[in-house]
Design a protein around this ligand. Structure first.
Ligand code: AP5
Ligand code: MG
Length: 189
């Protein structure tokens, strides 16, 4: 299965993507995790993106597209979390998958209000201290979601492959809804 998971910051993309990846034996490819690892390792990429992540801004499209192209090159299956975030990234992904004849099987959208998302990220800030869970960066990240990533959501909705899941339920309830949706997709393949 080639699955995309979309939703605002704090909607539970990472939480659910890990479970889907385990269930379908597909690698969880999370761009935020890749970037945070680069920062932690102090690599050249890490130095370049660190201030961008801390502000909650977006890393430039060409850099992200290059990273994903390399990461997905040899994968038949994946759960992609955190990419695409802009229409330019979505166009690049579609072209990339088209080229190798490996279209997406499903796009899952976790719908969560800004209030719930903010509450979760504030709680995580107290527990884990992720650099971009500061009040300013949370506001900026959600603003960018509405400004740029919602256009990506609309794009996949128009393509008819998007499934909307209520992300405000408990983690287990969200996962059960995702499993139901993916079973329908698997049966129709
Ligand atoms: P990224 O790491 O992708 O972060 P994000 O999009 O801000 O999303 P989060 O990881 O905060 O939220 P999530 O939806 O994964 O929720 P989670 O499961 O963690 O990106 C970080 C940065 O990298 C970006 O800001 C940008 O700078 C850069 N970047 C990455 N990709 C990029 C791209 N393509 N282009 C440009 N720049 C890019 O859950 C959140 C919290 O809620 C957790 O504490 C969790 O335990 C809790 N929770 C989850 N589900 C539930 C539930 N059902 N009920 C109660 N609590 C829950
Ligand atoms: Mg995440």
């Amino acid at each position: 299965m080639r699955i995309l998971i979309l939703g605002p910051q704090g909607s539970g993309k990472g939480t659910q993507a890990k479970r889907i990846a385990a269930e379908y034996d597909a690698p969880h490819v999370a761009t935020g995790d890749i970037l945070r690892t680069a920062v932690a390792n102090g690599s050249e990429l890490g130095h370049q993106v660190r201030p961008i992540l801390e502000r909650g801004d977006l890393v430039p499209d060409d850099l992200m597209v290059g990273l994903i192209r390399e990461r997905l090159a040899d994968e038949n299956a994946f759960v992609l979390d955190g990419f695409p975030r802009t229409v330019a990234q979505a166009e690049a992904l579609d072209a990339m998958l088209d080229e190798i004849g490996k279209p997406l099987d499903a796009v899952i959208l976790l719908r969560v209000s800004d209030e719930v998302a903010t509450g979760r990220l504030e709680a995580r800030a107290r527990e884990e201290g992720r650099a971009d869970d500061s009040p300013e960066a949370i506001r900026n990240r959600l603003r960018l979601y509405h400004e740029l990533t919602e256009q990506v959501v609309d794009r996949y909705q128009l393509a008819g492959i998007e499934v909307i899941v209520d992300g405000e339920q408990t983690m287990d309830e969200v996962f059960a809804d995702i499993q139901d949706a993916l079973q329908v997709v698997a049966a129709s393949r």
